[in-house]
Design a protein around this ligand. Structure first.
Ligand code: B1M
Length: 211
């Protein structure tokens, strides 16, 4: 599956994801060892100019084909999920200037599985767009994703924007490959998730569902 993902063969990645499920492998194992591991190799070769943007885009499409198969399973409410009638609202988006959405989409799927009502506003989102969306869906948590060192700084712009508007009724959670706990502390975010599971754990803590 790693190799097919690297080659951008979406049909094979989709088929192998289904086959792996039929063999009894868990969605988590397929995600981590099949899809994410394959994309890590793409990321390395991208860094050293062995692969270029078009090839990476095709690999991303193959990854999304596999994620499409896993989505109903990852987003299915798990046993420990928050009661549906008390579902806290999570607003998620990738920040302005950044078009990476695979990690954000994964976080959204797993948060749904934990019982959150998820509003995903997509990529390249400005502080104004986050505010307009927050007016509509009234989130307890705003989750922001950034994959570029040039866009991660925009997370502070969003947090400052809400603070300047006196909107302190919302918690901010952040994540993405270049993000660290130190950066989260520096920009005044309420927490950082290293991966989708850690992000969901953080969301549950922020709404007081776990300690
Ligand atoms: Co981009 N890209 N890319 N890219 N790309 C990176 C990020 C890069 C590290 C590659 C590299 O050089 N090795 C590099 C950034 C370098 C840097 O900033 N230091 C890079 C670059 C440079 C660029 C361009 C500038 C390239 C160019 O045009 N010259 C360009 C920028 C476009 C833009 O955004 N304006 C660009 C474009 C693209 C594509 C469009 C081709 C494609 C994105 C397709 C898409 O997302 N729809 C792409 C891809 C696929 C990657 C890599 C290869 C893979 C990213 C990915 O999907 N990983 C990436 C290399 C890498 O990360 N190693 C790279 C899989 C995903 C499951 O992991 O997104 O990390 P990740 O998400 C994780 C965690 O980070 C966390 O949970 C997820 C699940 O475990 N998480 C959160 C993520 N968001 C969270 C939010 C939370 C909590 C946790 O909220 C609370």
């Amino acid at each position: 599956m790693n190799q097919y993902l690297y080659e951008g063969n979406a049909a094979e990645v989709e088929k192998m994801t289904k086959d792996a499920l039929a063999e009894g492998r868990t969605p988590q194992e397929i995600l981590t060892e099949g899809l994410i591991a394959g994309m890590a190799v793409v990321g390395e070769d991208f860094k050293y100019n062995i692969l270029y943007v078009p090839e990476v885009l095709i690999a991303a499409r193959a990854m999304k084909a596999g994620m499409g198969v896993l989505k109903p399973l990852l987003a299915a409410r798990d046993d420990a999920a928050i009661d549906a009638d008390r579902a806290p609202v999570l607003l998620m988006g990738t920040v302005r200037g950044d078009l990476h959405d695979i990690g954000k989409n994964l976080v959204c799927m797993m948060a749904e599985g934990a019982g959150f009502e998820v509003h995903d506003i997509g990529v390249d989102q400005s502080v104004e767009k986050f505010m307009a969306a927050a007016d509509k869906c009234k989130p307890q948590i705003i989750g922001m994703s950034a994959l570029l060192t040039t866009t991660m700084t925009y997370m502070k712009t969003v947090i400052d924007g809400f603070e300047e508007a006196g909107r302190t009724d919302v918690s901010f959670a952040i994540g993405g490959a270049p993000i660290s706990q130190m950066f989260a502390d520096e920009i005044g975010a309420d927490g950082y998730g290293a991966d989708a599971s850690a992000a969901v754990e953080l969301f549950l803590k922020l709404v007081g569902h776990i300690d």
